[in-house]
Design a protein around this ligand. Structure first.
Ligand SMILES: [Zn+2]
Length: 146
């Protein structure tokens, strides 16, 4: 059982590695793009604990609120709505149940890949985001087992 700080540090580490891998591969000219793999790793590490009231869930709901607000005001209300809908899914499951399973990790990684590919149309970027998210998710599961 692990607390917020180890999950946050693992997510930051995985996100930084994913960002480094992507930046070596792509040298993106838009610096904000570098934040996306970083956020992927961070979100993967903090998402599983959204099934309980925790620091991780408060942090993630803040990120979802910022993301959904941005999407609503940038002309993408459908994606903003999907983001909000996705954010409430963990509330329907018990703690350390389905949201902490490998099946959810794979499904949510594929969903993040599909959503990011739809929005950015950059295969390398989207694979890096989804892979970063998945390894962040795995770090959470491993830290919970330790
Ligand atoms: Zn957990």
């Amino acid at each position: 059982m692990s607390s917020f700080e180890p999950h946050l540090i693992a997510g930051l580490t995985v996100g930084t590695i994913a960002t480094g891998i992507f930046s070596v591969d792509q040298y993106p000219d838009w610096n904000a793009t570098l934040m996306l793999p970083f956020l992927g790793g961070l979100c993967g590490a903090l998402t599983p604990d959204m099934d309980i009231k925790s620091h991780s869930s408060m942090f993630m709901y803040l990120l979802y609120a910022i993301g959904a607000t941005y999407l609503f005001f940038s002309g993408e209300p459908f994606w903003g709505f999907l983001l909000l809908l996705y954010s409430i899914i963990p509330q329907f499951f018990s703690h350390r149940g389905f949201i902490h399973s490998g099946v959810f990790g794979i499904i949510s990684s594929l969903g993040i890949f599909a959503a990011s590919y739809y929005n950015f149309n950059n295969l390398s970027l989207c694979i890096t985001i989804a892979t970063g998210y998945f390894f962040g998710f795995l770090s959470h599961i491993l830290l919970d087992e330790a």
